[in-house]
Design a protein around this ligand. Structure first.
Ligand SMILES: Cc1cc2nc3c(=O)[nH]c(=O)nc-3n(C[C@H](O)[C@H](O)[C@H](O)COP(=O)(O)OP(=O)(O)OC[C@H]3O[C@@H](n4cnc5c(N)ncnc54)[C@H](O)[C@@H]3O)c2cc1C
Length: 446
């Protein structure tokens, strides 16, 4: 299928990173795309309800940014013009690891840091400019519509009245030739499909006992520093908190503290300061003690990683794809969730380019996505999160080796400049190959 001869209507459930990226791809291949979002979306980068994690600082990895540039050329420029802050690694970031300060050096790696609402608003703006894409805000998808020969041929939606979600409108069918579920962690399609007689996918869950508290702060008047971000990490498996303070849009600081071992996160500013005082170095505490709070403290305790193995199912409807956190949600410790969502859209693009919306597309896509997710999953749940309970299974020799290598790298970063440069690359490259890389796995063979 070429990009120009698009036919049919595609529906995307959810307007988070996964939904907006998928909508961009579908607009190249289909006649029309409708993005359905249950929440009313304010103009610009103002806060919108629905994405609880949006109150927490988000940064785009270089791999995520490269993926977005492919989908929305010039997006890096749009984001920085809207206020996102480019943070060069390690020049703009002071990192204090379990054994001391990371040695300074230079790489070409950088992160884009901004509030999640700002990032989504910039992507939405680009899609609003596309004639083929419509948004249906304030509408919730409540069921899938089955077609003949195990296909999904539409979604049932219901309008939500502003401010009073208890008075929903009547159900309405929106026919579609292709449906993408990007509804994030509130994914419900497994239940909807079970009601239609399909089996539920097996789910792998890796428990995490970490929780987060975050707040926006105003730096003290006239504050000048050589850094844009401070990062304090703790030794794996210890109950010590970790902390990050990062410059975001409008010159504000976004503070995020991570509490381990089931410790409840602080819920007010006094608690934030107390938790920061327990970090292994006083700098972050001293800096935030001089800053002014710009709003409430937000907490997040849903940090488990989960992966729904749709690729293992023999019976799953065609023309229906699940992507983003709805398919696999990864512990936020290393901020790889948006990268995975964007790369999944790139895989959708490769597959549609090669095969179009032919029979068997869903199965093929879910198999390819599973291979891609697998690499990120292993890196995040075993190497990066050694404290997580990996379903109480004893570690394999490969897991023990990767864990030891990661610990060795972390401890050597304070004494060896070469290793210090490797660490950011290791943590910011979520998969061995990005889907933009010609060596990356493309579509699964059928
Ligand atoms: C504390 C924390 C910090 C994080 N930091 C980072 C970071 O720095 N970098 C990074 O890359 N990732 C980070 N992540 C992960 C990242 O937030 C997620 O991976 C990402 O939001 C997934 O995007 P998504 O589009 O799949 O889901 P979401 O962003 O959750 O979007 C889902 C959308 O679907 C809508 N929706 C749901 N159900 C329906 C329905 N039935 N009908 C219509 N609409 C519906 C919702 O309202 C929502 O808008 C962090 C996560 C957490 C918890």
């Amino acid at each position: 299928m070429s990009e120009m001869d698009g036919k049919g209507h595609a529906v995307v459930i959810g307007s988070g990173t996964a939904g907006l990226s998928a909508a961009r791809v579908l607009a190249r291949f289909m006649e029309r795309v409708t993005v359905i979002e249950r929440n009313w979306t304010p103009h610009g980068g103002q806060q919108r309800p629905g994405i609880l994690q949006a109150r927490h600082p988000h940064s785009l990895t270089p791999a995520a940014e490269a993926g977005l540039e492919h989908l929305f050329p010039g997006i890096g420029h749009d984001l920085t013009r809207a206020g996102a802050v480019r943070i060069r690694i390690p020049q703009d970031i002071l990192v204090h690891g379990p054994t001391g300060w990371l040695l300074p050096g230079k790489t070409k790696t950088s992160l884009l840091s901004a509030g999640r609402d700002l990032m989504d608003a910039v992507l939405r703006e680009r899609l609003h400019a596309e004639a083929k894409v419509d948004f249906l805000h304030g509408h919730e998808v409540v069921a899938l519509h089955p077609g003949r020969n195990h296909t999904i041929t539409g979604v049932w939606t219901r309008a939500r009245s502003r401010g009073t979600p208890k008075n929903p409108g009547p159900r309405r069918l929106l026919p579609a030739q292709f449906v993408v579920d990007a509804s994030g962690r509130s994914f419900q399609a497994a239940r909807w499909l079970a009601e239609l007689g399909y089996p539920r996918p097996v789910e792998t869950v890796v428990r995490s006992r970490a929780s987060y508290a975050c707040a926006l702060l105003a730096p003290p008047a006239g504050h000048i520093s050589s850094w844009k971000s401070l990062l304090f990490t703790a030794a794996p498996g210890t109950p010590s908190p970790q902390g990050q303070l990062t410059l975001v849009e409008d010159g504000r600081w976004s503070l995020s503290l991570r509490c381990g071992q089931g410790t409840a996160p602080p819920t007010d500013h006094a608690g934030l300061i107390r938790t920061a005082a327990a970090l292994p170095h006083p700098l972050l505490h001293d800096v935030i003690a001089t800053a002014a709070p710009l709003g409430p403290v937000h907490t997040c305790t849903r940090t488990d990683s989960h992966w729904r193995h749709i690729e293992r199912l023999r019976h799953w409807p065609d023309q229906f794809l699940v992507t983003g956190d709805a398919l696999a949600g990864i512990n936020p410790a290393h901020g790889h969730g948006m990268t995975l969502a964007i790369h999944s859209a790139l895989i959708l693009e490769h597959t549609l380019k090669r095969h179009g919306t032919t029979t068997g597309l869903s199965h093929q896509l879910h198999r390819t996505l599973a291979r891609h997710i697998g690499a990120t999953w292993r890196q995040n749940t075993r190497t990066m999160q050694p404290t997580a309970d990996t379903q109480n299974k004893p570690a394999t020799w490969r897991e023990r080796l990767t864990k030891r290598t990661a610990t060795h790298t972390e401890t050597t970063t304070t004494t060896d400049a070469h290793t210090a440069m490797l660490l950011p690359e290791q943590t910011q490259t979520p998969t061995p190959h990005s889907p933009l890389d010609p060596r990356a796995p493309r579509t699964a063979r059928t």
